[in-house]
Design a protein around this ligand. Structure first.
Ligand code: UD1
Length: 419
């Protein structure tokens, strides 16, 4: 078991390259199941969640090969339609394989997904959407069994714009004859990236990034190469780190427009932010002004995946801040850890009322979930004294070598053996 050892109090300075987006890679890897050919994903990163998805592909008879930051997936010899509990329980995105397996094999047996413990995370919208599109879906003994009853496209309306359900249905619809429309779909940049990947493979998808996606399906997809968009949550995490610790950091290979809401909030705390082409420069004195109210929502609202990190910022910002989490009811386990560091936070329902303090203090901490873990790293960087952070395997799900990147900016953080 490994842990982080962090000595806080250092400003951050330098340049950091933002990696490819985890939340783009996961559905794109799943959609390689649709393609009876080799596909090449550029700007790929071996996050542990991504490695878990590659394992699922291999379990189905596909191949996954890494060449540096290129991931080559080959699903020509796909032979199985089953994702076992053993592999599905490792990663929430295992559910993304349901639509593509059904599309390709005409039957699917996929175990219920695992993933970070941030709330109930039902999959009713995925299953209901598939049923509306004519699939037979039965839930039994921890597995979802699906078969194809109707091969024609149709209309489906999501009662909530779920990212995963939108992606699953988009992928499934590529196999249906004629036109499928998904109404009230999610609009995240990663969905646009998935559309671009499917279209590079010869698919016909339009509307991603807006509320109605149209898929004209039934065409055989072919191999292609696709460059994955930068990870907006990784970029946002480093931007918040600078706001908390002070310094000047240039993020390279970042898309500022994907982080509009965060940039507006950081400017409110008196960070100076300059955007040029695909770089974002963040300059801060480490004494953030009042953050006010931050409320998470579906894109383009403030992302829930940056809620834990901005809560850490609120702990050292002037005055009172309100952090309102609207998507995941249990995404607040980092709060108890921040309290150990001297943070002043009260919870009222899903709202965190945070009174900023000049200083946090190092402590022995335990990562509650991926983004909650990132918030503890940020708080430890800002804190007086040293911290240890256990259970960092959860952080590795969505940050690759975070300690090396932060150390290159002047932070004192090391990965060490627990004990
Ligand atoms: C994706 C992201 C995750 C992010 C989340 C919200 C990936 C791999 N993960 O997760 O990092 O935090 O979007 O931006 O892209 N819901 C239902 N029924 C369903 C599906 C979802 O009620 O069938 C609810 C969820 O409980 C949650 C909300 O919808 O309250 C949003 O979930 P969803 O957009 O589906 O998130 P994920 O796709 O799981």
């Amino acid at each position: 078991m490994e842990q982080f050892f962090v000595v806080g109090g250092k400003p951050l300075n330098g340049e950091v390259e933002i990696f490819g987006a985890k939340n783009s890679l996961l559905p794109i890897i799943a959609s390689s199941i649709l393609v009876d050919d080799e596909v090449c994903i550029e700007n790929a990163v071996p996050y542990s969640d991504v490695l878990a998805m590659c394992k699922i592909i291999e379990g189905l008879g596909g191949k996954a090969k890494w060449q540096g930051q290129r991931l080559i997936l080959d699903c020509r010899n796909l032979s199985a339609d089953t994702v076992s509990h053993e592999v599905a329980s490792v990663v929430r995105s295992s559910i993304f394989t349901l639509g593509p397996i059904l599309a390709r094999m005409k039957s699917a047996k996929v175990a219920y997904p695992g993933g970070c413990d941030i709330g109930l995370r039902p999959i009713d919208l995925h299953l209901g959407g598939l049923r509306t599109l004519g699939a037979k879906v039965v839930e039994k003994n921890g597995y979802i069994y699906a078969g194809v009853l109707n091969k024609n496209g149709g209309d489906v309306t999501l009662s909530f714009p779920s990212v995963g359900a939108t992606e699953n249905l988009m992928m499934y619809a590529t196999s249906l004859q004629g036109q499928t429309r998904i109404f009230n779909c999610a609009q995240e940049p990663e969905i646009v990236d998935l559309q671009n990947f499917i279209n590079a493979c010869g698919g016909q998808v339009s509307g991603a990034g807006e509320s109605v996606i149209t898929i004209t399906g039934g065409k055989k997809l072919h191999g292609a190469s696709h460059y994955v968009i930068p990870d907006r949550i990784e970029a946002g995490t480093y931007m918040i780190a600078v706001a908390m610790c002070g310094g000047r950091v240039v993020l390279k290979n970042a898309i500022a427009s994907h982080n509009d809401k965060l940039i507006a909030k950081l400017m409110q705390t008196a960070c100076k932010i300059k955007v040029k082409d695909d770089t974002i420069e963040v300059l801060a004195d480490g004494h953030p002004k009042n953050l006010g109210e931050v409320e998470t929502g579906v894109y383009p609202a403030f992302p829930t995946d940056l809620q834990s990190q901005i809560t850490a910022l609120a702990c050292v910002s002037e005055g009172y801040s309100l952090i309102i989490e609207n998507l995941f009811e249990a995404r607040n386990k980092h709060i108890g850890e921040l309290l150990k560091m001297g943070a002043d936070i009260r919870m009222r329902g899903g709202i965190a009322i945070v009174k900023g303090r000049d200083m946090l203090y190092g402590a022995d901490l335990v990562t509650p979930d991926l983004r909650g873990g990132a918030s503890l790293v940020l708080a430890s960087l800002r804190a007086e004294g040293y911290s240890t952070i256990k259970n960092i395997g959860l952080i590795d799900r969505g940050y690759y070598k975070i300690e090396e990147k932060l150390a290159s900016l002047g932070a004192e953080i090391k990965r060490i053996k627990e004990g």
